[in-house]
Write a protein that binds this ligand. Structure first.
Ligand code: PPS
Length: 309
């Protein structure tokens, strides 16, 4: 019998066809997750990384893809061709993702890769498999100010046809404040990693710092990874990871996810890439309400977020 050709990531999604729809959320230890993830939770929690693996952790829409591209380029000496070897989601598997077959899960992908691997997660700190900390893996956390993070998530949920229906903006804003979106509360997420950053040697970055001075932040990541690259290579990495360059890069702009999952005609994955777009979405009343609630939810934290730069 002829051996079946392995499907590409995009082909697997096409093949999953009608099994793709807006999935409901099911709580795992109080955190709402997509049903396929919740239903396959045990092996995710039991995942054993290698000490050489690197974790990139974020709340959804905080700058994950950007950081993934920077890290991949740093690890490959700024070689743009090597970093176009496959789409982001194949180069850097998404630890907890589980989708209808034949789409490979994050764990399936990782089982076929030899360490050192770079691994993406949106899990809050308490749900990250403990093996990462037992093995003293390096971890980079990227946080984005709540208002821009919320706006980006809203547009993403409009176009990602596997996420719950976002509904109207005002209702979505309240769901965000109540921590009802997939992967739970933004407030608890950013605080959870902040509290653990020193003990676990987590590099805690801010999207706004990356926008303000990308070179400084690329160098910060480089040092954390114990790399030392030439000025020219660093300059090239900064150029290759600009919003414009990544929007035009088919291996980074998520056009490799077919339309039944990401309908980029509704809203592009690389949407605006700015700090302060929230001012185009929040009414003055919504902004005031959000700020008052923010004070309450963040009063025990002292994280230097900036909603403008
Ligand atoms: S995901 O789905 O959680 O992995 O999304 P994530 O990559 O975390 O976030 C997507 C937002 O990041 C913006 N983005 C960038 N901004 C600046 N520079 C670069 N290079 C870059 N790459 C991605 C992307 O446009 C999304 O933000 P919004 O505000 O929606 O444009």
């Amino acid at each position: 019998m002829a051996e079946e050709k392995e499907l590409s990531y995009s082909e697997a999604i096409e093949k999953a066809g009608s099994a793709i729809h807006r999935f409901r959320l099911i709580e795992v230890k109080g955190i709402p997750l997509m049903e396929h993830i919740a239903n396959s939770w045990d092996p995710i929690w039991a995942f054993q990384p290698d000490p050489s693996d690197l974790l990139i952790a974020t709340y959804p829409k905080a700058g994950t893809t950007w950081t993934q591209e920077i890290v991949d380029l740093l690890l490959h000496d700024g070689d743009a061709e090597v970093c176009r070897r496959a789409p982001t989601a194949v180069r850097i598997p998404f630890l907890e993702i589980v989708s209808p077959p034949p789409i490979p899960s994050g764990l399936d992908q990782l089982s076929k890769m030899a360490p050192p691997r770079v691994i993406k997660t949106h899990l809050p700190f308490q749900l990250v498999p403990e093996g990462f900390w037992e093995n003293k893996c390096k971890a980079i956390y990227v946080a984005r100010n709540a208002k821009d993070n919320l706006v980006s998530y809203y547009h993403f949920d409009r176009m990602n046809l596997t996420q719950p229906e976002p509904g109207p903006w005002d209702g979505y804003l309240h769901k965000f404040m109540r921590g009802e979106l997939a992967w739970g509360s933004w407030y608890d997420h950013v605080k959870g990693f902040w509290q653990e950053r020193e003990k676990r040697n987590i590099l805690y970055l801010f999207y706004e710092d990356m926008k303000e001075n990308p070179r400084r932040e690329v160098e910060r990541i480089m040092r954390y990874l114990d790399l030392s690259l030439s000025d020219d290579v660093i300059r090239r990495i900064v150029e290759l990871t600009s919003f414009k360059a990544m929007k035009d890069n088919p291996m980074a702009n998520y056009t490799f996810i077919p339309k039944p999952v990401f309908d980029q005609s509704i809203s592009p994955f690389m949407r605006k890439g700015e700090v302060g777009d929230w001012t185009n979405h929040f009414s003055p009343e919504q902004s005031q309400l959000f700020d008052e609630d923010y004070e309450r939810q963040m009063k025990d934290a002292n994280i230097p977020f900036r909603a403008t730069i």
